[in-house]
Unconditional design. Structure first.
Lengths: 221, 307
């Protein structure tokens, strides 16, 4: 840890975001991923039922979307990681959740009419509804690692901390949604909450980033 | 499995002695009902037990759920459970159904009885768990025939598709609500609207629902929203509440009694005392009307059961 000071600017090319902010955001992303996933079964059930295969479809698509997101997020982070793009992930994920809120019937009905087998029906509906927002949420994890890692020695520690926080976020999102939110709120109200949380998170990142840059540039003079 | 397990325990310590005594005790308690089949399906643990002449289908035995279906092997026509018998109260409103839809097969006693009563009626049964279909055929004398078919599917998409194809049924039984878990997507206003859309004008809906917990209020409010006034049917001997609903006006008490008189002789062999049913059908509102209607947006069915 003591050595890190000398190298601190070698990896982080820009004025960086406060580390606690990145950690908090990892929680938000983990939380919303599982909130949406838990609601997925609710959203699909009117068309495809509540069979085990519907859960199978949802989990499969979430896993594939996250995998894709990890890959792309990692790629995007290699050159110069930009906190602005990082904030953009949150806002983008929030906005791409909107079709679930606004057009889910319009998406599921044609699938339901064309595909008789509820297994493949739910699989395709899951792709159309959940793939894009979930893969954007997946980009956040590797990108946050890149934003936080200052030295090579730190990298495992930072990655571990971020996985820890985002997975705890996922656990809390799962439990909160399945135990309480569905009892208090409507599905769409919870989804609006997720959209709001992501957009606000992105807004905070962009704001903090511009503050850090402004202070950074004035301090440099 | 039937070998007494306690013999395999070496009586070394007092703890082991205690457990072997415990085992002995539990064996003597359950010895009279023999498990003749056990399997773990995609959805649940299924067991078939036999106790003398009485054979039962049980779901999730380890969590202590009650029997799903029982029958007497020597007289399989006779219905054992009140809620199964009560499902025939819909005959008071629709005495000669021609197209019957049953959601939830169980041991198959409902479709079998309908087929026996109305051999020419078309009977479609929907069961989500193919293992239940197998067990019903193997142990409960259930058989498909020309007029009686089982579809392995979830009830909700089946009904949605039937609605799109403009299929109609004149007698619908919703019995997917037994056991530990309630399919929440089949408690909602939108689902009941779909059910309504596949009912003939003079058709009847018979729904086996929960009679305890907060869910009673929520379910009642939801059915009322969709169907208006409905008959609430309870027997003092049963914990079940059966909802009987129709598209049009409900018939009067006297009309029900007249139909019961005509049909009661045919129902005796199933153990259904149809003539006792009319006075048990009530339209009185005995639920909290301020409860929220269950919708696809708001349906925490299993959470509401707890309170």
């Amino acid at each position: 840890m003591t050595k890190s000071k000398e190298n601190s600017n070698s990896l982080a090319s820009e004025k960086s975001l406060p580390q606690t902010l990145v950690v908090c955001m990892a929680f938000v992303s983990g939380f919303t991923i599982m909130t949406v996933e838990m609601l997925g079964a609710r959203i699909l059930a009117p068309y495809f039922g509540g069979s085990l295969s519907v859960w199978g479809s949802i989990i499969t698509i979430f896993m594939l979307a996250l995998a894709t997101g990890y890959l792309i997020g990692g790629r995007l982070s290699t050159r110069s990681p930009s906190p602005a793009l990082y904030g953009g992930f949150f806002i983008g994920a929030g906005l791409t959740l909107l079709p679930i809120l606004l057009f889910s019937d319009a998406v599921m009905e044609p699938v339901f009419l064309r595909i008789e087998d509820p297994r493949y029906g739910s699989l395709f509906a899951s792709i159309f509804l959940f793939f894009i927002p979930t893969s954007i949420l997946g980009m956040i994890s590797p990108y946050s690692v890149r934003l936080m890692v200052k030295t090579q020695q730190q990298s495992g520690h930072v990655a571990g901390l971020l996985f820890f926080v985002s997975t705890v976020g996922s656990a809390v999102g799962t439990l909160g949604t399945s135990f309480y939110f569905v009892l208090w709120l409507e599905v769409n109200q919870i989804l609006w909450g997720a959209v709001g949380a992501l957009v606000v998170a992105g807004g905070i990142i962009l704001t903090v980033n511009s503050l850090v840059n402004r202070r950074g540039s004035s301090a440099d003079e | 499995m039937n070998k007494p397990l306690y013999l395999t325990l070496r009586p070394v310590g007092s703890v082991e002695l205690f457990f072997s005594a415990l085992l002995l005790f539990s064996f003597s308690v359950t010895a009279s009902a023999e498990t003749i089949h056990e399997e773990r399906s995609k959805y649940r643990d299924i067991a078939v037990t036999q106790n003398g002449d009485r054979r039962c289908l049980l779901f999730n035995v380890h969590r202590g759920d009650r029997n799903q279906t029982c029958l007497y092997v020597s007289e399989p026509d006779r219905l054992v459970f009140d809620y199964t018998k009560m499902s025939f109260a819909g005959l008071l409103l629709k005495p000669a159904p021609e197209k019957i839809l049953i959601i939830g097969l169980g041991g198959g006693s409902l479709p079998l009885t309908f087929n026996d009563l109305f051999p020419d009626a078309q009977i479609d049964t929907i069961e989500i768990d193919d293992a239940v279909v197998r067990v019903a055929k193997q142990f409960f004398f259930f058989e498909e025939n020309e007029n009686m078919k089982v579809y392995v599917d979830d009830g909700r998409p089946f009904i949605k598709r039937a609605s799109i194809r403009k299929q109609k049924y004149d007698y619908i039984v919703l019995d997917a609500f037994s056991g530990d878990y309630i399919p929440e997507h089949m408690l909602t206003q939108e689902f009941l609207e779909e059910v309504k859309s596949i009912m003939t004008d003079d058709g009847v809906l018979v729904a086996n629902t929960f009679s305890t917990s907060r869910l009673y209020d929520h379910e009642s409010v939801t059915y009322q929203r969709v169907f208006g006034e409905f008959y609430n049917f309870r027997l003092p001997t049963s914990g079940n509440r059966i909802i009987i609903a129709q598209l049009g006006e409900l018939p009067s008490q006297n009309e029900l009694i007249a139909v019961a008189e005509q049909l009661k002789a045919r129902m005796v062999k199933y153990g259904v005392s149809l003539d006792e049913y009319p006075r048990r059908l009530s339209t009185r509102v005995d639920w909290d009307m301020s409860r929220r209607v269950l919708t696809d947006q708001y349906s925490p069915g299993n959470l509401l059961r707890e309170n």
